[in-house]
Design a protein around this ligand. Structure first.
Ligand code: GLA
Length: 726
């Protein structure tokens, strides 16, 4: 019998009780999945099974049928012929580990069960806690490790992945995201072939502009949206990462994920603990879509800050006026947006700098005092104006950065990331520099930027937190010579500390993570941010691809999607306002343009679309997403549906991406409805005559099996249908 030990001190942390786990088979269960570990004391910790949920009574069958039976956290040394998760140099120079299970505990938390297995080296006082947090309200298991030792001198961590998972060989495919500025989150799918597949990042500051630290592993051949077994994995880290899939031999693919250890050896003092970032795993039998919905649910339930709060509709000033902000045009935009039904106005870049004014993008970052030429009465006057016009107010900052032309840099030249011995290479504007966030003084400074804005403007509602430069100069004035290799890691641990301080003091402040567009769509930061800017590319056609890819891992409530001007500023494409709205409405809707340039008809459409979005906002932002027709499918069409968790309501979107004579138009089937219920259909954002199905009722079964014929007209036609169960 398990002895339950009550630890009242932990109750305040949300932990209810902790008890030692005696069984050698540890079932790590979510509602519909199980990870089975074998934890014999004195032996290697092994993974036996990961898949659909099993119970204790099934364990014997798992072993009888043939278990995965691989080390759960492979370490270099004993068994050094394979890829490993952990590799160290001990204080005496020995480079091997030989880890054995010492014991394990299980702790019940409010929404999860935390299982910790302690491994100890057979020779050295070196310990690893392998942790598994299994959620009760989503099918996600987070795994990470806590590494520590009591050797006489420092131990050097050379590789320190968060987790490992063996995957049985078969027709296994991986899907992952890559891209670049303005084309983030492009989807790629490929079968796993023999050899090592590596997805990694070396940017230093942002980590999702090119590849993403997430992956879907489809076990039953070519990935499908709603069919087949899929393992999803997301590394929750904002710095350099490395995902590896090693395919060798005939039995297994070996999947590793963690901080990218390149140029990042970490000195661990005796008694110091190093915690690796969480690797979130999910398993679904409902294809990619099932894995995505599990991630979305997990995100809304805690991995995204305030994940269950409904997001406001905002207007951001960037594409409307760029750096030319002033009191008059800001007020004008607030007034015009408010008249359209908007809720929040955000002043972007260009509002700051005293000695060096931010007139171009080559100066002033770090000097977060108002440019009184542009804004004579400062930010408080804008907050007041927003109140007058009935909108909330938000502001842009880029607090981890400076310019060589700034008072901050003049005062603190040693605060930048750069080897003390060299001249820095500059980024944007030929003068941008990254601040050394590993330095506690810089951390205090960044906290102070937000704190000062909040003290001065207690009703400031929203901050857009940007980050527009990679670490282009490796080196720290702050870190000692023997710790220079900590920079990539300590930068992000420092950033986390700052964000924790901000969140402790300002839990209600809404924050957006931005990094030259979608460079910070990462679960490493989402616990501190409500949302991220999906891309600087606001072209509605390309956004279909970018948003589709991003939605593999991120929920709609976190995806900032803005309607911008036509022709589009990034691609020059002309797209009707309706299509632009219909594309932006699948996430957190916003606008990124000058409202006064719209004609009366456009204003009227916008007013109605905003009112409509307010009605469907709960389903879009908190519902389950079903991707149906992929924009990557070359059909020229794209469709998806958002369904309320109880399936009482849904919103369906269909887009026509190209136009040819005699083009085949599919019949649009739906997904994610209750087959047994009847749904009444209303077309939203309608510009033409009502279709035959308008106001009519269809069963969920019919809509999922047969779907509807939609007359889609020419290029960039779109339809939005609201389905309400009767
Ligand atoms: C980055 C962001 C943009 C905008 C500009 C301002 O590029 O992605 O949205 O805020 O900076 O300089």
């Amino acid at each position: 019998m398990k002895k339950i030990v009550f630890l009242p001190a932990l109750i305040g942390l949300g932990i209810m009780y902790v008890y030692p786990a005696h069984a050698k088979d540890l079932l790590i269960n979510t509602p519909r999945t199980t990870l089975l570990l074998q934890a014999h004391e004195g032996h290697d910790l092994r993974v036996a099974y990961y898949g659909s949920r099993i119970e204790a009574s099934d364990v014997a069958a798992v072993y009888a049928a043939g278990a995965l039976n691989r080390s759960a956290y492979p370490a270099f040394g004993a068994g050094c012929q394979d890829e490993t998760a952990l590799s160290v140099r001990h204080a005496d120079g020995n480079m091997t580990l030989d880890m054995a299970v010492q014991g394990s505990t299980v702790a019940e938390e409010a929404n999860a069960t935390l299982t910790t297995v302690t491994l100890k080296d057979r020779l050295y006082p070196f310990t690893v806690d392998v942790c598994y947090r299994a959620y009760k309200n989503s099918d996600v298991i987070e795994t990470w490790t806590v590494i520590s030792h009591n050797e006489k001198k420092n131990v050097r961590l050379q590789q320190y992945a968060s987790g490992f998972l063996p995957v049985r060989i078969g027709d296994v495919w991986i899907s992952h995201l890559h891209g670049n500025w303005g084309a983030e989150a492009e989807l790629t799918a490929e079968p796993l072939q023999p050899g090592l597949k590596v997805i990694k990042n070396t940017d230093g500051a942002r980590n999702t502009q090119t590849d993403h630290p997430e992956i879907m592993i489809s076990l039953d051949g070519r990935p499908e949206e709603n069919r087949g077994r899929v393992i999803g994995a997301a590394l929750c880290w904002s710095g350099n990462y490395k995902l590896r899939v090693d395919t060798r031999g005939k039995h297994l693919h070996y999947f590793f994920a963690g901080i990218n250890e390149e140029h990042s050896e970490y000195e661990l003092k005796p008694g110091q603990r190093f915690t690796t970032p969480e690797l979130a795993l999910t398993y679904s039998e409902e294809g990619l879509g099932g894995a995505s919905r599990a991630f979305h649910r997990w995100a809304r339930n805690g991995k995204v800050h305030n994940g269950t709060a409904l997001r406001d509709i905002l207007l951001n000033s960037w594409e409307g006026v760029y750096l030319n902000v002033n009191q008059e045009n800001m007020e004008e935009m607030m007034r015009d947006f408010s008249a359209l039904g908007g809720e929040l106005f955000v002043m972007d870049d260009g509002w700051f700098g005293e000695k060096y004014r931010r007139v171009k993008d080559n100066s002033s970052l770090g000097d977060w005092m108002t440019d009184t030429v542009k804004l004579p009465q400062g930010v408080p006057a804008l907050v007041k104006a927003a109140e007058k016009h009935g909108v909330k107010f938000g502001i842009w900052i880029e607090p981890e950065m400076t310019n060589s032309k700034s008072e901050l840099y003049e005062k603190h030249p040693d605060w930048i990331v750069c080897p003390p011995q060299r001249n820095p290479i500059h980024g944007r504007g030929g003068s941008q520099l990254v601040l050394d966030v590993s330095n506690p003084k810089v951390q205090d400074f960044i906290f102070g930027v937000v704190d000062h804005l909040m003290q001065e403007n207690p009703s400031l509602y929203y901050i857009k937190w940007d980050c527009n430069m990679s670490i282009m100069n490796y080196g720290s004035h702050y870190l000692t010579a023997d710790r220079q290799s900590h920079l990539y890691v300590d930068f992000h641990l420092g950033l986390r500390k700052v964000l924790e301080r901000i969140r402790n003091k300002y839990p209600k402040l809404v924050m957006q993570a931005c990094a030259s567009g979608g460079g910070r769509a990462t679960y490493g930061l989402m616990p501190y941010f409500e949302e991220f800017w999906v891309s600087d590319n606001t072209d509605a056609l390309q956004r279909l691809f970018i948003q589709w890819g991003t939605s593999y891992f991120y929920p709609s409530c976190a995806m900032a999607q803005h309607v911008s001007a036509s022709p589009n500023h990034q691609t020059g494409r002309r797209i009707p306002l309706k299509f632009r709205f219909d594309v932006a409405m699948t996430g957190r809707l916003g606008m990124e343009m000058q409202p006064k340039t719209m004609n009366d008809q456009e204003k009227e459409f916008t007013r109605q679309a905003i009112a409509t979005y307010k009605e469907i906002r709960p389903v879009i932002q908190q519902g389950d997403q079903y991707r149906i027709l992929s924009p990557y499918g070359n059909s020229g069409f794209c469709s998806e549906l958002y369904s309320a968790p109880d399936k009482s309501e849904a919103v369906f979107f269909a887009y026509k991406m190209e136009n040819f004579v005699n083009q085949f138009t599919p019949r649009f089937r739906m997904d994610g409805l209750d087959p047994a219920r009847n749904y009444r259909i209303t077309e939203l954002n309608r510009t033409g005559n009502p279709a035959g199905f308008e106001g009519k009722t269809f069963s969920g079964k019919f809509l999922m099996e047969n779907g509807l014929e939609l007359y889609m007209g020419g290029e960039f036609a779109s339809k939005v249908l609201r389905l309400q169960a009767e």
